[in-house]
Design a protein around this ligand. Structure first.
Ligand code: GAP
Length: 452
């Protein structure tokens, strides 16, 4: 059963230390969240899984970690200064502010009044002063997408890696948008992370590559544990396309609050590399790009046969990490009725995403022999580098199982007095609740099996 209740997820996240409201002790900052001890593990595991699939398992993609602060010229030529805005409306009756495109009935969503201002564009970028003099002219932006610094580093990466088109540059990092109406927990926030790939291809081959990446990205989410029946592909209407896009397919997930975008896969054409390229008139640029007098670089490549220079097209799969975390929590959350009429909450995450991979629980708290044995087992499993293994020295096995079911730990390993005699332990499986006795020698193989 997939949870349809956001409140259950929010409550679990707070109770178990996944996600907290940021600045909570001062009343909270709206649309900003902090990831706690388990949230940071889940998020890192998701990012690692993406990074592996994009970089380690391929030979045509390189990684990048570029700066968050982005110069104004970059975001001028990218079109963000002029067009990265939402239509903002004020209700004259109750002063509520909202996005006109989210409420098409010309009524205030708060009080129902029709006495509204005309929509006006509200730029979503955060601006900040750079350097000691804050006179309004020395400013930069917190990047609204990670993509732009991939484009500005295009030549650096090309020159330093011998890559030829088709190839990609991947990046994971923070992005910032001053959303008019943040909400739905971590779905729409003002500070979030993106996992973005810019894949550069020859013009003319862009549509085939676009289809390829839509299929790849759909399969990847299913592999993370998203049920295909909750994931839909949506061809974005021409009128809704971003200023840089010729075509976009959104992967829409059935979130607790409804079907919404999890990832967008856009065909950005040569818009961005073209916009950042010096002397654009040297190239046949198909997109309507503004004249660029600031850039010093030609972001183009040579055709290997004709030797003609051309600006590659870009296919961009762009996924939100926070939306990914929310989708995966929603998929994994289960409430199960037990035979004794109690209910257990289980987070049936795929083991590669689980914040804790195994919990080692000594039967008796602070019993030196049991705890030492448990510590050695923890050390052995931890050294395999598959993720966090913890020693749970609480002495309450039942409570330990319940806690680890709720946070998605695939196995619990109990060390008891029998262990001291015959070097065996009990392994309890999160999903089946079945327990089996295995020798410590077999434990590593049993542990590795859960990740297959
Ligand atoms: N570089 C392309 C780009 O930024 P986007 O559709 O605006 O495209 C890509 O954003 C992804 O980033 C979205 O599919 C979503 O998962 C995530 N995202 C965008 N705005 C967000 C927000 N305010 N809060 C959380 N995630 C967001």
């Amino acid at each position: 059963m997939v949870s349809k209740n956001m409140e259950e997820l929010v409550s679990l996240c707070k109770r178990r230390g996944f996600i907290f409201q940021s600045n909570e002790i001062y009343g909270g900052l709206q649309g900003i969240y902090d990831y706690g001890p388990l949230g940071v593990e889940l998020k890192n595991n998701l990012k690692l899984s993406w990074w592996k699939s994009m970089i380690y398992e391929r030979d045509d993609v390189e990684g990048l970690d570029a700066s968050i602060l982005t110069g104004k010229q970059v975001l001028k030529h990218s079109g963000h200064e002029d067009t990265f805005s939402d239509p903002l409306v004020d209700c004259k009756s109750c002063n509520h502010r909202f996005r006109a495109d989210h409420h098409n009935d010309n009524k205030c969503p708060q009080c129902g009044s029709i006495d509204l201002t005309d929509p006006r564009p509200f730029n979503l970028m955060f601006k900040t002063a750079v350097g000691p003099v804050d006179d309004g002219s020395n400013y930069a932006y917190l990047r609204p997408e990670t993509a732009q610094q991939i484009f500005t580093n295009f030549k650096n990466i090309l020159d330093s890696t011998n890559k030829v088109v088709p190839f990609g540059i991947a990046q994971i990092g923070k992005a910032f948008r001053n959303e008019v109406t943040p909400g739905k927990f971590i779905f729409r926030v003002r500070e979030f992370e993106q996992m973005e790939l810019e894949f550069f291809v020859e013009p003319g081959k862009d549509e085939t590559w676009h289809d390829y990446w839509v299929a790849q990205r759909y399969d990847w989410w299913v592999h993370q544990g998203i049920d295909p029946s909750n994931l839909k592909k949506l061809n974005v209407e021409n009128s809704d396309l971003s200023h840089y896009s010729k075509a976009t397919v959104d992967l829409m997930y059935e979130f607790p609050h409804g079907l919404e975008e999890l990832e967008g896969i856009a065909n950005r054409t040569d818009f961005d590399l073209g916009s950042h390229t010096k002397n654009q008139s040297d190239f046949k640029i198909s997109a309507e790009v503004m004249e660029n007098k600031d850039s010093t670089t030609k972001l183009a490549v040579q055709n290997s046969e004709s030797k003609d220079w051309f600006i590659p097209y870009v296919i961009e799969p762009s996924a939100g990490v926070d939306r990914g975390v929310l989708a995966l929590l929603n998929e994994a959350y289960r409430e199960e009725k037990l035979e004794n009429d109690n209910t257990r909450i289980v987070l049936a995450l795929k083991p590669h995403l689980s914040p804790v991979k195994a919990a080692i629980i000594p039967l008796k708290r602070n019993n030196e022999e049991l705890v030492n044995k448990a510590r050695n087992i923890k050390k052995d499993l931890q050294s395999l580098g598959l993720g966090r293994v913890i020693l749970e020295n609480s002495g309450n096995i039942g409570k330990g199982y319940r806690r680890h079911d709720e946070i998605g730990t695939p196995i619990c390993i109990t060390v008891d007095f029998e262990t001291l005699e015959d070097e065996t332990v009990t392994i309890r499986n999160r999903d089946t609740m079945q327990q089996k006795r295995v020798s410590i020698k077999e434990l590593i193989a049993e542990y590795q099996k859960i990740f297959e």
